[in-house]
Every structure is written in structure tokens, then in C-alpha cells.
Design a protein around this ligand. Structure first.
Ligand code: MN
Length: 288
């Protein structure tokens, strides 16, 4: 029997400060010049601030077509409303998985005047055959996200499988894995991913040693490690300077690459330029 090979760190990427929506300050990690995309992932934003001025304007009505957006809230409350009649408030620890499909117009607005707002939004591409599927909205409160405590590691399973535990998100096209992992210093966590899946780890607190031997690297907070070929992901928690004993926190995300042409403009992600033009026309004529 072969031992699954361990994935090394192929690249380290730091996010770029930017703003989006009506002026929300955030850090774009995937979808910026250093890392334009990581098929099937089109964008990763981290938002995190204690200053209401950075988030209060929110994301008023805007369209999407051709992919899925996944919002994972760590702190704060955000209200979603869309033109297909879905509405919900994202609370800390909850996940929203929105399939834009052939078109959705939604708003994402803070449901608070003050305090901390923190979380991630990930965009996952849809294959050509699903780009014009019916829009779908799924929301999972913190109680719907299975949590596994194995020794000094705590893992929330948003998507994917660990042992017999499966996260609530099922997407056969890309088979995503999305784990939120807290690791006490010195604690090791390993997870086997399909060899053909693209994978990244984004550290958001403390630091994490990723890989083993010569291919291992220490990844600091707010750095994304693109994982190299292999199957097993090996993570080891390191505490940040001045935070002795504090757990490191990292999201591990993987999915099957689509290997299709990407034509992307703002909130529309299609396969060809003609389909993008059609998306603009359909949006402008109220066909979302
Ligand atoms: Mn949106």
C-alpha cells in the first residue's frame, strides 16, 4: 500500500488591501495580481475590523451570474436579501452558500452599528453546464456546522468530510472541502485530500507550519499557502509572538479544478466574452 504523499507549500501569497461594495475595506487574497485565481476558486476576501467606518456602507444591491459565493462569518452580523425572495441574517459562526447560477441580485448589509465584523467570502466557479442553473440560497447557522475536537485541534467542517462527519455543503461539480481549524501550539493535524484537487490554506491567527521536511514552510497570519501536489495536508500550530499558548487558526479549502476557459468581469463569471455581454444585457433588462 502506498502512503499518501504530503503536500508542500508551492507558493505564499499576501492579500491586497482594497475596497468593494459601497466602500467596505477588505483584503483580497485570491483575485488580485499576485494570484488571479486558483481554479476552481475565483476570489477570496478577508474582512476584519473593529471600526464601523470600514464596513457600515455594506454591499447594496448588486448582481452575480455564473458561480457561487460562500460567506463565512467569524464575528458580526450581516443581512442578506435577494430578488428571489431569500432573506437571512448571518451570525458569528454561520455560513451562507449562494449559487448565483443564471442570475441573482442581492444586498449584503451589516446588521450592526458598532463592534467587530470579521469573516471570509470565497467565490467558487461553476462548470459551463451549471452556469445558467436556477439560483439557490443556503444558510447554515453555527449549530449546523459539525465540529470535531481531536486532542488540541478543533475543526469545523463547512464542506467536505472527516471520518464519518460531513459538512452541510454538497456541490458535486467541484466537491469542495472547507475546514476551519484551530490548532494549539505544537498540535498536528493531517487531512487527506483527493490528489487532483487544488488546495490552499489561509492562516488568520497565529502561524502554522505546513508540509513536512524540505517542502515545509511556516505560514504567518494573513498569508495564503497554495498547496503543491500530493494528498495529505499536514498542519502544525505555532503561536504568534506575544500570544504564547494561543491557538493558530487556519482555513483549509480544496476543490476539483474545472479546467474551462474563464471570462470574468466584475460580478459575472462565464466561459466566453459573448456570454459576458449577454450577462450585462440580461441584467440591464431585468432578466435576473
Ligand atoms: Mn455579492
Amino acid at each position: 500500500m502506498n502512503t499518501p504523499s504530503t503536500r508542500g507549500v508551492a507558493r505564499l501569497v499576501r492579500g491586497m488591501p482594497t475596497s468593494d461594495g459601497a466602500g467596505v475595506k477588505l483584503t483580497r487574497v485570491i483575485g488580485q495580481p499576485q494570484l488571479a485565481d486558483l481554479d476552481p476558486f475565483l476570489m477570496l476576501d478577508e474582512f476584519g475590523t473593529d471600526n464601523p467606518g470600514d464596513y457600515i456602507a455594506g454591499f447594496p444591491d448588486h448582481p452575480h451570474r455564473g458561480f457561487e459565493t460562500v460567506t463565512y462569518m467569524l464575528d458580526g452580523r450581516m443581512r442578506h436579501r435577494d430578488n428571489h425572495g431569500h432573506e437571512g441574517v448571518l451570525v458569528p459562526g454561520s455560513v451562507q452558500w449562494m449559487t448565483a447560477g443564471r442570475g441573482i441580485v442581492h444586498s449584503e448589509m451589516p446588521e450592526q452599528q458598532e463592534g467587530r465584523m470579521r469573516g471570509f467570502q470565497l467565490w467558487i466557479n461553476l462548470p459551463a453546464r451549471d452556469k445558467m442553473t436556477a439560483p439557490r440560497y443556503q444558510e447554515f447557522g453555527p449549530e449546523k456546522i459539525p465540529q470535531i475536537d481531536s486532542g488540541a485541534a478543533r475543526v469545523k467542517v463547512i464542506a467536505g468530510q472527516i471520518g464519518g462527519i460531513t459538512g452541510p455543503i454538497i456541490q458535486p461539480a467541484t466537491e469542495p472541502t472547507y475546514l476551519d481549524i484551530a490548532l494549539a501550539p505544537g498540535t498536528e493535524f493531517t487531512h487527506v485530500l483527493p490528489a487532483d484537487h487544488a488546495a490552499f490554506a489561509y492562516v488568520y491567527e497565529g502561524s502554522v507550519r505546513i508540509g513536512e521536511g524540505a517542502a515545509a514552510a511556516t505560514v504567518a497570519a494573513h498569508e495564503l499557502a497554495v498547496l503543491g501536489p500530493g494528498e495529505t495536508v499536514r498542519l502544525e500550530g505555532r503561536s504568534a509572538a506575544g500570544e504564547r499558548g494561543a491557538a493558530a487558526r487556519v482555513v483549509l479549502v480544496a476543490g476539483r479544478p474545472l479546467g474551462e476557459p474563464v471570462a470574468k468581469y466584475g460580478p459575472f463569471v462565464m466561459n466566453t466574452r459573448e456570454e459576458l455581454m449577454q450577462a450585462f444585457e440580461d441584467f440591464q433588462n431585468g432578466r435576473f
